[in-house]
Ligand binder design. Structure first.
Ligand code: MLT
Length: 329
C-alpha cells in the first residue's frame, strides 16, 4: 500500500487519486471545524470554492435547512450564518442542517479529497479515528495538508505525522513493501539491512551534533510527554570519562571522530548504595544535570542525577575535547 503525504497543495498537484483514500487536513481551523460540526449533528458539509458558490448552492435549499459558513483572512464572511470557529458549531446551531463551507485553504484540500476513491477529514481532534478509518479502506493513502497560502504549515504536518505514525503503528514491517527504496535494497540483496532499519525504539541513544562531528549523546529514557525536572532526573546520564570497562554503545572498531568516542560513553544512573561496579563510581560525578532550585518531584530528585564530564587530567565540560596529541584530532 502506498502512502503519500502532501505537505503543501503543490505536493498534491498532479496526483491522480482515483482508487486512493485521501484525507484532508487543516488543523487551523477548517477541518477541526468540520469534525466539530459532524460531531454536533449536522447532516452534511458541502465545501465550496468561494462565497459566490456558497450563495448559489444555498438558493437550492429551503430556508432554515442550510447554513453558509466560512472565512476569509480568518474573519467571518459578511452575511454568512457562521464563521470558521469550531466553537460556533454547536448542536444548537447545526444539528439537522446542511452547511456550505468556504475557507481560504482548507476547503480546497477537502475538494481534493472528494476526488479520491474514498475521502475523509482529519484534525488533531480525531486523528486516531481517522487512522483507523484509513486502515479499514485497504487503499493507497494520500494525506492532503492545506498549508498556509501555499506554504508549509506546522500544525498540519504534525497532524499528518501523527496520522501516518498511527497508520503504521503496528505495521512498521509493511514499510518493506511500501517503501520504494526498501524494495530496491531488497532486490540488491540488502534485505537484512532493511530489517535492521525497520525496528522501532530499540535504543535510547541520541547521537548529537557537536561542531563538525556527531557524538553519542545523553540517552532520553523518560517517556515522551513527561517534561521538566522529573524527566531530567530520570534520564541516564552520559559522560566523557575514559574508564577501564565502559559499557560500549557501539561496536569496537567504529570509525573515530573528534570529541568523545563511543567507548568513552558511560551511563551513570545508579542510586546511592548500589553495589560497586568497575568503572566510575557515583562519587566521581561532578556536574548536576538539573538546575539547582528546580521544584521537587516524586521519584528521583535533581540532586540524584549527575553528569559525568571529567576526563583523566581533570578537564571538565560537556563534550570535552581530547587532550592535545590525542590521535583522534
Ligand atoms: C483556512 O482554510 O485557511 C482556514 O481554516 C483559516 C482559518 O479560518 O483559521
Amino acid at each position: 500500500m502506498r502512502v503519500h503525504v502532501a505537505l503543501t497543495p503543490a505536493d498534491a498537484s498532479g496526483l491522480a487519486l482515483d482508487g486512493w483514500a485521501a484525507i484532508a487536513v487543516d488543523v487551523l481551523r477548517a477541518t477541526t471545524t468540520v469534525v466539530a460540526a459532524c460531531a454536533a449533528g449536522c447532516v452534511r458539509i458541502i465545501p465550496v470554492t468561494d462565497s459566490g458558490a456558497a450563495r448559489e448552492r444555498a438558493a437550492l435549499f429551503t430556508a432554515g435547512e442550510v447554513l453558509m459558513a466560512g472565512e476569509r483572512g480568518g474573519e467571518p464572511i459578511p452575511g454568512f450564518h457562521l464563521g470558521n470557529s469550531p466553537l460556533e458549531f454547536t448542536p444548537e446551531r447545526v444539528r439537522g442542517r446542511t452547511i456550505l463551507l468556504t475557507t481560504t485553504n482548507g476547503t480546497a484540500a477537502m475538494l481534493g479529497a472528494g476526488s479520491a476513491g474514498a475521502g475523509a477529514v482529519a484534525a488533531l481532534t480525531n486523528v486516531s479515528a481517522v487512522a483507523r478509518w484509513a486502515l479499514a479502506q485497504g487503499r493507497d493513502l494520500a494525506v492532503l495538508c492545506s498549508g498556509d497560502d501555499g506554504s508549509f504549515s506546522l500544525e498540519d504536518a504534525v497532524c499528518a505525522g501523527l496520522l501516518v505514525s498511527r497508520y503504521y503503528a503496528t505495521r512498521i514491517g509493511d514499510l518493506r513493501h511500501a517503501s520504494r527504496w526498501a524494495r530496491r535494497l531488497a532486490r540488491k540483496g540488502h534485505s537484512a539491512d532493511v530489517d535492521a532499519c525497520l525496528r522501532r525504539d530499540v535504543t535510547d541513544m541520541v547521537p548529537v551534533v557537536e561542531a563538525d562531528a556527531i557524538v553519542p549523546g545523553p540517552a532520553a529514557s523518560a517517556p515522551l510527554g513527561t517534561e521538566g525536572p522529573r524527566q531530567k532526573a530520570s534520564c541516564a546520564v552520559i559522560g566523557a570519562v575514559r574508564a577501564p570497562t565502559p559499557p560500549a554503545q557501539f561496536p569496537e572498531g567504529s570509525p573515530r571522530t573528534a570529541g568523545p568516542q563511543p567507548r568513552d560513553v558511560l551511563r551513570l544512573a545508579l542510586p546511592e548504595g548500589s553495589p560497586r561496579t568497575a568503572g566510575p563510581q557515583p562519587h566521581d560525578v561532578l556536574r548536576l544535570a538539573v538546575p539547582e532550585g528546580s521544584p521537587p518531584t516524586a521519584g528521583p530528585q535533581p540532586r540524584d542525577v549527575l553528569r559525568l564530564a571529567v576526563r583523566p587530567g581533570g578537564r571538565f565540560g560537556r563534550g570535552a575535547r581530547p587532550p592535545s596529541g590525542d590521535p583522534s584530532r
